[in-house]
Ligand binder design. Structure first.
Ligand SMILES: Cc1cc2nc3c(=O)[nH]c(=O)nc-3n(C[C@H](O)[C@H](O)[C@H](O)COP(=O)(O)OP(=O)(O)OC[C@H]3O[C@@H](n4cnc5c(N)ncnc54)[C@H](O)[C@@H]3O)c2cc1C
Length: 398
């Protein structure tokens, strides 16, 4: 068995792990190893929609998403221009409660520097001409929002990391992962990697990895669904849209197609055994929504539909930073369905912390709202409760 020493071993080559490898390599922290038993993008990243919006629920998330957008724009311009497009994002609602939340969100978002505008029914129809809005819903539009191809962006980070000398260990099962007296030790495919620091970036699989080493965090993997459809005709680049009342979103895809979701199931699943195909009820819900809300797309042909596994936390915030009581161990997990839009910014901040040392106050401050240490003691079971939310309160519909 051959043995390698590293400064950091990262577990998981989704967009979070690849972005972290890239940012750590930029900081020249020492030898880096990125391990995944599958391939980059084999988890949620390869199944995600890739909507990137600043219509979020608090300032920290907006700032981190803005940092991600800046990275995605720069990296896609250099490596693959098709991976990132600014198309704007429109969402609307009609219930009285939802309208008051949307109205409150506009003021809050503007105070965080988000360019967000309200649209009347005529303006909404102009932006979304294949829609029917005779019920005049309240709508808001953020023109600077974007779409990214998640797997391509993950590959771009991976390629950048590779070129900077990060070693990738891919495609062999994990034999063991444990803490010895002076290092984190990973065994896989006849190799041993001993590292001063380890980062668990394994998406839905992180829960079991952390439990097995005696440092459990409150995580609940859940299933969410999406589909690609081909309308007979329509604009190639249109704003991403989200109907809050029926909870359906859509974004433009390559070749005149569109990608629609949400189809989130609020029960915990096992990422090793979850049902990867979409439910009939999800596809039927899309068809019904398209018929009523998007008559211009009602004839769209279903190309494919699928499910992926995301990871929820009790307060819908990720767990990023040092794992309490486990020297040299970090996590970057629990994105509650919004990991693509925040991965670049989060990885940059976590790389700052690892480079500066886990005690660095300025670097910890950058991650303050998401530090895992906000949860103490053995985690209680909880139901996943993600949501395309605008409200910092308890109502996950927004
Ligand atoms: C249908 C759908 C739509 C979505 N839409 C959006 C969206 O529009 N915008 C957005 O921001 N987010 C969206 N998401 C969420 C987004 O996909 C995730 O938040 C994000 O991809 C998480 O990235 P990750 O790198 O943390 O995890 P993952 O991409 O899941 O990567 C985890 C990796 O860990 C690996 N792994 C497993 N076991 C081990 C082990 N023992 N050791 C090491 N590695 C291991 C896996 O093979 C995998 O490659 C969507 C998700 C789905 C499913």
């Amino acid at each position: 068995m051959s043995s390698t020493s590293a400064e950091v071993v990262i577990l998981g080559a989704g967009i979070a792990g690849c972005a972290l490898a890239y940012h750590l390599a930029e900081r020249h922290v020492g030898p880096l190893v990125l391990y995944d038993p599958r391939t980059p993008g084999a988890g949620a990243t390869g199944r995600a929609a890739g909507i990137v919006t600043e219509q979020l629920w608090n300032r920290w998330d907006v700032e981190v998403t803005r940092e991600s957008k800046e990275q995605y724009a720069r990296l896609s311009a250099r490596w693959d221009a098709s991976a990132y497009s600014v198309n704007g994002f429109v969402r609307w609602a009609n219930g009285a409660d939802a309208i008051s939340v949307l109205d409150a969100a506009v003021g809050r978002l503007r105070s965080w520097g988000v360019d967000v505008r309200t649209l009347d029914a005529a303006e909404l129809t102009e932006r979304v001409p294949w829609g029917r809005f005779d019920d005049a819903p309240r709508a808001i539009w953020s023109p600077g929002d974007a779409v990214v191809t998640p797997s391509t962006m993950g590959e771009i980070y991976a390629e950048g990391a590779r070129q900077a000398g990060v070693e990738f260990l891919l495609g062999t099962p994990m034999t063991s992962f444990r803490n010895t007296s002076d290092a984190w030790e990973l065994e896989t495919g006849g190799r041993t990697v001993r590292a001063k620091n380890a980062v668990v970036a394994a998406g839905a699989w992180s829960k079991e990895i952390l439990r097995a080493i005696g440092h459990p965090l409150p995580l609940a993997p859940y299933r969410t669904q999406a589909a690609v459809l081909r309308p007979a005709s329509g604009p190639v680049l249109f704003p991403s849209v989200h109907d809050i009342d029926v909870d359906v979103y859509a974004r433009p895809e390559a070749n005149g197609r569109l990608l629609a979701g949400d189809g989130t199931r609020l029960v915990e699943v096992d990422p090793e055994t979850f049902q990867t195909g979409a439910d009939e009820s999800f596809v039927a819900h899309l068809a019904e929504t398209f018929g009523q809300r998007f008559p211009g797309w009602a004839d769209a042909e279903l190309v494919r539909a699928w499910a992926g596994v995301c990871t929820s936390t009790p307060d819908r915030r990720p767990l990023v930073g040092p794992v309490p009581g486990a020297g040299g161990l970090y996590s970057v997990v629990g994105f509650n369905g919004f990991g693509v839009m925040r991965a670049g910014g989060v990885a940059q901040r976590l790389a700052d912390l690892i480079a500066a040392g886990a005690e660095s106050d300025p670097a910890l401050e950058q991650l303050k709202p998401v530090l895992p240490g906000r949860f103490t003691g053995p985690p209680d079971a909880f139901l996943p409760r993600p949501g395309f939310t605008l409200d910092d309160g308890d109502d996950p519909r927004f």
